[in-house]
Design a protein around this ligand. Structure first.
Ligand SMILES: *[C@@H]1O[C@H](CO)[C@@H](O)[C@H](O)[C@H]1NC(C)=O
Length: 340
């Protein structure tokens, strides 16, 4: 029979053995993570200036991957996150580069009409997806430039131009970035969709994407660009009224401002975004439809401008008709649309 001392030693050895196993597992976890980071870098063409930067980015990447995996493992949500192109950015860095610094959530709106006021909600289709009507251009990517406002305004304009002329024309965000420097609009430093619409009306329209391509940085305005399409005016959807927004979206794509700064927004990968979200409006996107998911959750369908590696191939669904009148992430606070 073993003496108590031998038992104690055996126990200690066991503890040592398990500690060693745990340490080894942690090391191999880390080396798996290193490999994952390398693979992710290759996938997204990411290069770091030196080893110190790479080591720092690795730590951020690891923290983000753990956040994403913990979120998804909880399994009690209607949406999930993914290790996308923003995985080596802290949430602060993400906010600084991807969202709109110039957004003024308290902007005083000049009263406009609302042409869909008398539309009956009962008469609206249960599902709308402007992509199926050919009124949505492919997903674009704003890159490292805070001009979501230009992408949001252009997406709504491309929609109404298609609906009224039958032609889907990809229009130039860069023309707005370079040439529209009035009101809140300051190129990569932010802007507002209504100011963009005002500029477009005064400018006599916008030229095409191909004749004034996107550069993802502020540049000199190339004046005299031939406009390919124009709008006559714009209207604001009554604020904090998802039923009013539904009437508008049933008739055309609509620009909306949201709070896009949360980590759940940064890494959104699919499903219907539900739950808590901020209402500090800092990102402009476009509502291009609505519908009901198979589990009965009603959603808005939105077009983002972060490439196709974010969200549902660049698109997003957010819960519709929530108890907070401001809507999910504040989407019902400042919607507007251009008119023909
Ligand atoms: C809605 O109906 C009211 C009452 O008939 C009318 O005064 C108003 O002009 C209508 N609004 C629109 C946008 O058609």
């Amino acid at each position: 029979m073993a003496t108590p001392k031998a038992l104690l030693l055996a126990a200690l050895c066991c503890a040592c053995f398990f500690a060693a196993v745990l340490a080894a597992r942690e090391l191999s976890d880390d080396s798996a993570m290193v490999a994952r980071h390398e693979q992710w870098m290759a996938q997204h063409g990411r290069l770091y200036k030196d080893d110190a930067e790479k080591a720092r980015r690795f730590e951020v990447f690891k923290t983000n991957v753990k956040f994403i995996e913990t979120f998804n493992a909880a399994g009690n949500r209607k949406f999930w996150l993914g290790v996308n192109q923003f995985a080596d950015l802290t949430n602060d860095e993400f906010r600084a580069t991807k969202t709109n610094k110039g957004f003024n959530p308290n902007a005083v709106k000049v009263p406009t009409g609302f042409r869909y006021a008398n539309v009956s909600t009962d008469a609206l289709p249960a599902t709308v997806d402007w992509r199926t009507k050919g009124a949505v251009t492919p997903i674009k990517d704003q890159g490292q430039c805070g001009c979501c406002w230009a992408f949001s305004a252009v997406a709504a304009m491309e929609g109404i131009v298609k609906i009224s002329t039958g032609k889907l024309i990809s229009l130039s965000e860069q023309e707005l970035v370079d040439c529209d420097v009035h009101g809140e609009d300051q190129g990569c430093n932010g802007g507002e969709m209504d100011d963009a619409f005002t500029f477009i009306i005064k400018n006599g329209g916008l030229t095409t994407e191909s004749s004034y391509p996107y550069a993802a940085q502020d540049g000199q305005c190339k004046a005299g660009s031939n406009s390919a399409a124009t709008i006559k005016g714009y209207e604001d959807v009554p604020a904090n009224d998802e039923a009013a927004l539904m009437k508008a979206v049933a008739n055309q794509p609509v620009s909306v401002a949201v709070d896009g700064g949360d980590m759940t927004f940064q890494f959104y990968s699919g499903g219907v975004m539900t739950g808590s979200c901020g209402t500090d409006l800092d990102h402009g996107i476009a509502a291009i439809g609505y519908g009901t998911a198979s589990d009965g959750t009603k959603y808005w369908l939105l077009k983002n401008s972060w490439g196709t590696t974010w969200g549902e191939n660049g698109f997003l669904r957010m819960e519709k008709d929530i108890s907070d009148k401001r809507g999910m992430c504040g989407l019902a606070m400042q919607p507007s649309y251009p008119t023909e």
